[in-house]
Design a binder for this molecule. Structure first.
Ligand code: CO8
Length: 263
């Protein structure tokens, strides 16, 4: 394992086909510094390229998924520095470079950039008492890693506007009720167990179909309905060219378990 190469994260394979990245900067509640994001991007690229991995879980500690971008790193930045170095832009690598499903398991604080990082993942599971929020307004700034756009798409304008203007936190229970998270669980242990179980299930399907499914669902967030439906149909048609679509349908007809070839 390449674990030892990382300082701010840990990488493991807790279940067959499941890669896990654990944010590990406990002294600052997993504040997302540039070096941490650089490691995260490298780990995700490695897992995405690994033929044995079918799904990726991103998590933090029971106390904090991530308490935001690193405020101490941001404090001295000038406009020119932020602008010319495209500060925060590399965070989006997560949404553009990773083709395998990325599941966020969120316990504790998911604030500011931490909330935005979770929102960049394909699926969020959380704990009832997790604390989500976009508190940037309290620092004299605004969300900068997609929060105003992704949170608004997830919860609607009324709630997003209230959350972003007040900086109020919302619970994991609310996140699940409002559609930010797919599910919430009573404890961190239960959260991890259920997230890994779901990831393992996804990793057991054809990688071609899984990647296509992730791609078409995410497209719904970018495209108008008519274009999205058209895009879905094109991708659906293209899967007639995959081996696994034949494998899956033949196995169904023969009442056999499909043996995916991932091709
Ligand atoms: N950045 C840096 N350090 C942090 C951060 C952070 N976001 N959050 C916590 N820490 C540090 C604290 O400074 C403290 O360090 P130290 O021990 O050296 O004093 C340590 O972590 C523990 O934190 P606390 O003592 O504060 O722990 P509490 O349990 O008392 O409080 C809270 C926990 C409520 C989570 C509190 O730490 C807090 O409010 N943190 C900041 C939350 C926040 O405002 N997040 C949003 C940051 S802004 C942002 O993410 C913008 C993203 C996009 C920017 C785009 C710009 C272009």
């Amino acid at each position: 394992s390449s674990d030892t190469a990382y300082k701010y994260i840990a990488v493991s394979e807790p279940r067959p086909g499941v890669g896990q990245v654990t944010l590990n900067r406990p002294k600052s509640l997993n504040a997302l510094s540039t070096p941490l994001i650089t490691e995260l991007n490298a780990a995700l690229r490695t897992l995405d390229a690994s033929p044995s991995i079918g799904a990726i879980v991103l998590t933090g500690s029971p106390k904090a998924f991530a308490a935001g971008a690193d405020i101490k790193e941001m404090a001295p930045l000038t406009f020119s520095e932020a602008y010319t170095t495209s500060f925060i832009e590399s965070w989006s690598d997560l949404t553009t470079a990773v083709k395998k499903p990325l599941l966020a398991a969120v316990s504790g604080y998911a604030l500011g950039g931490g909330c935005e990082l979770a929102l960049m993942c394909d699926l969020i599971y959380t704990t009832t008492d997790a604390q989500f929020g976009q508190p940037e307004i309290k620092l004299g700034t605004i969300p900068g890693a997609g929060g105003s756009q992704r949170l608004t798409r997830a919860v609607g304008k009324a709630r997003a506007m209230e959350l972003i203007l007040t900086g109020n936190f919302f619970s994991g229970e609310e996140a699940a009720r409002w559609g930010v998270a797919a599910r919430c669980y009573a404890t961190h242990e239960e959260l991890m167990e259920e997230t890994l179980k779901t990831a393992e299930k996804i990793a057991g399907y054809s990688k071609v179909a899984v990647m296509a499914a992730k791609e078409v669902v995410n497209k719904s967030q970018d495209l108008a309905l008519r274009d999205g439906v058209e895009f879905e149909r094109r991708v659906f048609h293209s899967l007639f060219g995959s081996n696994d679509q034949k494998v899956g349908m033949k196995a169904f007809a023969e009442k056999q378990k499909p043996e995916w070839t991932h091709s």
